[in-house]
Design a protein around this ligand. Structure first.
Ligand SMILES: Cc1cc2nc3c(=O)[nH]c(=O)nc-3n(C[C@H](O)[C@H](O)[C@H](O)COP(=O)(O)O)c2cc1C
Length: 192
């Protein structure tokens, strides 16, 4: 299967990179065509220029390549740390520019844009791996776990990907090596 893997973390030695490495290696060992993007390494430009916004507008060739890969993806992995209950800005910009109208969703013909969007992605499954320093209970009860709403409802469900799984690993800052190895094993076992 064509699987798209997107990583947003600035440090190569981070736990996020370790997660991404396990995901990509396991996918490839299982015979999948894993397309991997480390957005910081690639210096992805997250700024959406105004002329790029309308459906069908001419887009930068780099962004166009990401769009083609997203359209072809049968599975999608997103890996990033929890930064203020949100993805890092570089990944937010990837969403703004790549998960675009005509590629990931569209409105019914004659819709003025306030109707219910139609999802266009053919990916059968999306998995999001996050890391955090907030205990899960506090993330949910105090902050409402915004990353769940963002990825599950605002993005993947809207774009037609109903089979969604997300795992937040934490607390990272106090975790032991053994704990992190167990987490990486969990990642390995969740990739088929
Ligand atoms: C700008 C910034 C914002 C952050 N915001 C949060 C936050 O809102 N909640 C949280 O639990 N951790 C937050 N953190 C901590 C990161 O989530 C944590 O360092 C990361 O998940 C650890 O994984 P790593 O070892 O791969 O960096 C923040 C870190 C940074 C740099």
């Amino acid at each position: 299967m064509n699987i798209l893997v997107i990583l947003a973390h600035p440090e190569k030695g981070s736990f996020n990179h370790a997660i991404a490495n396990v995901v990509v290696q396991t996918l490839r060992a299982n015979g999948h065509n894993a397309i991997f993007h480390d957005l910081y390494k690639e210096r992805f430009d997250p700024i959406l220029p105004y002329p790029e916004i309308p459906k069908g507008a001419p887009i930068d060739s780099n962004v166009e390549q990401y769009c083609k890969e997203l359209i072809a993806a049968e599975g999608i992995f997103i890996i990033h740390p929890n930064w203020w209950g949100q993805p890092p800005a570089i990944l937010k910009g990837w969403v703004d520019r790549v998960i675009r109208p005509g590629v990931a969703y569209e409105f019914e013909e004659n819709d003025s844009g306030d109707g219910i969007p139609i999802g266009l992605l053919k990916a059968k499954i999306a998995l999001v791996f996050n890391t955090s320093n907030t205990p899960g209970e506090r993330e949910l009860n105090t902050f409402g776990d915004p990353l769940e709403r963002i990825w599950k409802d605002c993005i993947f469900d809207l774009c037609g990907v109903k089979n969604f799984h997300r795992r937040m690993f934490g607390v990272v800052v106090t975790s032991t090596l053994k704990q992190r190895e167990e987490w990486l094993n969990e990642v390995r076992n969740s990739v088929t």
